[in-house]
Ligand binder design. Structure first.
Ligand code: KG4
Ligand code: ZN
Length: 402
């Protein structure tokens, strides 16, 4: 079956075309085309995602990426779709809230026709509501023209499936054993989830304040580094480790001995701020770029000390969750799972402490938001392999009705 997938929950717009052969979880996935556009530069100066900008950029890029994905797949038919006036009016109606999108799509269909699409998978939450709506409305508009079914996808479920997608093994999902634990770490989530089977989620721990990705982004901002902060911090931290720079600050490991599986990262961010203010005579306020007085070495050392504290905390809680549930599999997903230091620390810890538990991190290109993961989850749900609504356990705050 040919699946078109759309991701627009935060600051990445993604559209992919996948041919899926077989049933979940033993299907073979062929990625025909995948187009991704990051709005990073648009949000950079604000230090985080601005919803109205995200909405505008998604609307701008949806038709551009649609063309790009179909072109890459070599599936774009070079003749007009000859839309009727009623079809054009319907597109205007479906896309009324997305400025310029209906006109752009009508123009697209005046040039091209699409082949038969079996399914359109679209993220419908969790995420920024105005951003999600662009993708959902776009999916509905495409469904109207192509006759394809639309399947709503939970973004976090997409992250879980991306982490077990094995590009080296004929593009199949890894054959995992249950029970499993999923650690989801992204810009908006930090959650530990017990999985007794595919699609069965029981949240056993979560952050009480900031998500771990958010903490990376805020500390980066404090240090005057651009958004998103995760990759910046981790580059500096690696540099500090390779040069064995001395400790800048002894940072807390928040809630590490709390006796439950919850997290808290806002205190850690504040501890970084106070440590910086203490050592250097500057007002280290977020976004104020007040830490210009820090030397490059000091900045790198702060980044490393912060990354160490985060890693130790995530590792301790996850290790406990795995021990408590007797999990045979650990799935780590979400943008922060792109962090290679965290990945190495987990792999080495689990190898020694939980040798019976197999650890999965995503292929780097699938760690941060993308639409391939939405196609994987869409296929699984359409296949009936994941029961409808089963993703509730991992939070679906998006609009549910399509
Ligand atoms: O999953 P994702 O792409 O978007 C959300 O669903 O939130 O995650 C984005 C988050 C950002 O906070 C970003 O700073 C963080 O993932 N991130 C990283 C790294 N790459 C991205 N954090 C730490 N280390 C990285 N290498
Ligand atoms: Zn994400």
């Amino acid at each position: 079956m040919l699946i078109l997938s759309i991701e627009s929950s935060a600051d990445e717009t993604g559209i992919s075309l996948l041919e899926v052969d077989g049933d979940f979880p033993h299907a073979i996935y062929t990625i025909h085309g995948s187009a991704l556009s990051s709005q990073m530069k648009e949000h950079n100066k604000w230090g985080g995602i601005v919803p109205s900008i995200a909405k505008r950029e998604h609307a701008k890029y949806c038709p551009i990426l649609l063309e790009e994905a179909f072109e890459e797949a070599d599936l774009l038919e070079d003749h007009s779709s000859d839309l009727s006036d009623a079809d054009k009016a319907k597109l205007q109606e479906l896309l009324v809230r997305e400025e310029g999108l209906a006109d752009a799509l009508i123009e697209f269909f005046s040039k091209y026709s699409l082949p038969k699409i079996d399914l359109i998978a679209v993220t419908n939450g969790p995420g920024l509501t105005p951003a999600l709506w662009v993708g959902v409305s776009f999916a509905k508009a495409l469904a109207h023209i192509t006759g394809a079914n639309v399947i709503p996808v939970n973004h976090m479920e997409g992250h879980i499936l991306a982490s077990v997608y094995d590009v080296e093994r004929d593009d199949m999902l890894s054959d995992i054993s249950f029970p499993a634990v999923a650690l989801l770490i992204s810009g908006g989530h930090t959650e530990l989830i017990n999985m007794s089977a595919w699609g069965t989620y029981d949240k056993v721990g979560q952050t009480r304040d900031d998500a771990v990705g958010e903490a990376f982004d805020k500390v980066a901002r404090l240090l005057g580094l651009p958004y998103p902060g995760g990759p910046q911090i981790s580059k500096l931290a690696a540099d500090a480790r390779s040069r064995e720079l001395p400790e800048f600050a002894s940072l807390p490991r928040p809630m590490i001995n709390s006796g439950d599986l919850d997290f808290s990262f806002s205190g850690l961010k504040t501890a970084v701020r106070y440590a910086v203010q203490d050592k250097v005579n500057c007002q280290a306020r977020e976004g104020a770029l007040g830490c210009k007085e820090l030397t490059e070495d000091q900045r790198a050392a702060v980044a490393r000390d912060f990354e160490d504290a985060v890693t130790e905390t995530l590792l301790k809680k996850t290790s406990t969750a795995v021990a408590d549930s007797g999990a045979k599999t650990l799935i780590v997903g979400g943008g922060v799972s792109a962090n290679q230091f965290i990945k190495r620390a987990f792999e080495s810890h689990f190898l020694h402490e939980h040798p019976d538990c197999t650890v999965y991190f995503p292929t780097l290109s699938l760690a941060t938001d993308n639409s391939i993961m939405i196609a994987l989850a869409g296929h699984a749900r359409a296949n009936g392999a994941l029961s409808p609504g089963g993703a509730e356990g991992i939070q679906a705050d998006g609009n549910k009705s399509l």
